[in-house]
Write a protein that binds this ligand. Structure first.
Ligand code: DC
Length: 225
């Protein structure tokens, strides 16, 4: 059976990764969180003390950087130069830096290359900002998830609370707005819906409803073939 490439794009905290993880499990596909790859790059510039404006150093860093994902239905593990950084890259300093580093052309070229190699054989659900527009413009399925910013901020707040962290809800909202702007106004591969991507506003949908919606779209297309 053909193994599809499924692209899910959308802004931060729009429910892409939660949905993609469940779908991957149901379909026995691998899940690739491309944001994590930009986060790993950002962390590397911190540990190697590289100024994002220093193109030469950045290029050298990109030549030898090793970003690897170990796939598991129980949660992928992210490795940066052989060190497990899965948890570290979720911290606030990296969230901001990842959005900044993702504006740089040479960084995107390297990451897109890696993403294409991982996904080219299909059987993959990839989430990010530019998967349907740039990484896999010919993906078999494209979805673009959105939710209003207050809903997204509350989701982030609840996620943190589950981990024992109490955040300031206003700050979370401000940070999301800043990132929405930075990710969608950059020159290279900005966050935007591919014209042929199916939009999903999940502000008032449960996770199960989103997953069912996507599964149904996949089934409908399969039935048509
Ligand atoms: O999905 P995320 O929040 O972990 O992504 C972190 C940052 O990486 C995000 O602010 C924008 C950038 N990113 C990107 O530019 N392109 C992608 N395909 C994925 C993420």
């Amino acid at each position: 059976m053909k193994k599809y490439i499924i692209a899910i794009d959308g802004p931060g905290a729009s429910g892409k990764s939660t949905t993609a993880k469940i779908l991957a499990k149901k379909m026995a596909y691998i899940y690739i969180d491309t944001g994590a790859m930009y986060r790993a790059c950002a962390l590397n510039t911190l540990t190697e003390n590289i100024n994002l404006k220093d193109n030469e150093k950045l290029a050298k860093m990109l030549e030898k950087i090793k970003v690897e994902i170990e796939y598991s239905q129980n949660g992928n593990q992210l490795f940066l130069n052989d060190i497990n950084v899965t948890k570290r890259v979720r911290e606030a300093d990296i969230t901001k830096l990842a959005s900044e580093i993702a504006t740089i052309g040479i960084v995107r070229t390297k990451m897109v290359d890696l993403q294409r190699k991982i996904g080219e054989n299909g059987g993959v659900i990839m989430d990010g900002r530019d998967i349907g527009t740039v990484v896999f413009p010919n993906a078999d399925f494209k979805f673009f998830m959105v939710a209003d910013v207050k809903t997204r901020a509350m989701r982030r707040w609840k996620e943190a609370k589950k981990k024992g962290e109490i955040l300031n809800l206003d700050e979370v909202e401000k940070e999301l707005i800043w990132r929405d702007n930075n990710d969608s106004k950059r020159e290279i591969s900005p966050l935007k819906r591919a014209t042929d991507a199916i939009p999903i506003d999940n502000s008032n949908l449960t996770i199960e409803e989103q997953v069912q919606f996507i599964l149904q779209k996949i089934k409908q297309k399969k039935d048509k073939k």
